[in-house]
Design a protein around this ligand. Structure first.
Ligand SMILES: Nc1ncnc2c1ncn2[C@@H]1O[C@H](COP(=O)(O)OP(=O)(O)OP(=O)(O)O)[C@@H](O)[C@H]1O
Ligand SMILES: [Mg+2]
Length: 195
């Protein structure tokens, strides 16, 4: 059984943490657009240079740049058992692009994880992370912008996936272990446990 998954949720909701746990459990790659951009910025690549100013301002990187990066990544040969996309799609154009990409590959999504956490908790978590990781986009201004874009552009995309009956809703405000347990129970119930 394949695990072709998306994880969606606001900044600080714990997508990256859960993505790693799920990727290990199901033997699939966790593909984080934010992590790929950060690695490219650190390596001072052409892609990193194109993305940097947008990211530091808390703005989205243009769809064409992000989509071509994702198209190449999901076509790699470590995705036969599935993949977990974290941070993509975030706009309606990206949803449509992803549908086309996965249709071409014959690899439709199996489930979409929606992690919800209230705003006060998110802001506290990111303040703490800013002190530890020093991400250049965890400033108060960039965070406000990212949360606003999430609410306006990204959260409504869940409606599309709900219409296709793909969404698994999870409370992300618990501990990482509790969230992981809830996720695995919900995914196994949806997709079947004998993978
Ligand atoms: N799908 C995307 N489309 C456009 N830009 C993107 C996309 N994914 C990542 N980015 C850029 O990379 C930045 C960091 O993304 P990342 O997913 O790491 O952070 P986040 O979702 O804001 O926070 P968190 O790490 O807490 O989940 C975004 O603010 C944006 O500029
Ligand atoms: Mg992340």
């Amino acid at each position: 059984m394949t695990h072709r998954l998306l994880i969606m949720g606001p900044q600080g909701s714990g997508k990256g943490t859960q993505a790693k746990l799920l990727a290990d459990r199901y033997g699939i790659p966790a593909i984080s657009t934010g992590d790929i951009f950060r690695a490219n910025i650190a390596g001072d690549t052409e892609l990193g240079r194109r993305a940097k100013t947008y990211i530091e301002a808390g703005e989205l990187v243009p769809d064409e740049v992000t989509t071509s990066m994702v198209r190449d990544r999901v076509a790699e040969d470590d995705t036969t058992e599935g993949f977990l996309l974290d941070g993509y799609p975030r706009t309606r154009a990206q949803v449509d692009a992803l549908e086309a990409i996965l249709q071409d590959l014959g690899k439709p999504l199996d489930a979409v994880i929606a992690l919800s956490v209230n705003r006060n908790v998110l802001v506290e978590r990111i303040k703490r992370r800013a002190g530890i990781e020093g991400r250049s986009d965890d400033t108060p201004e960039a965070l406000d912008r990212r949360l606003a874009i999430y609410a306006q552009e990204t959260a409504p995309l869940l409606d599309f996936y709900r219409e296709h009956d793909l969404v698994v809703d999870i409370d992300g405000s618990q501990t990482p272990q509790e969230v992981d347990a809830a996720l695995v129970a919900a995914l196994d119930a949806k997709l079947g446990a004998d993978a």
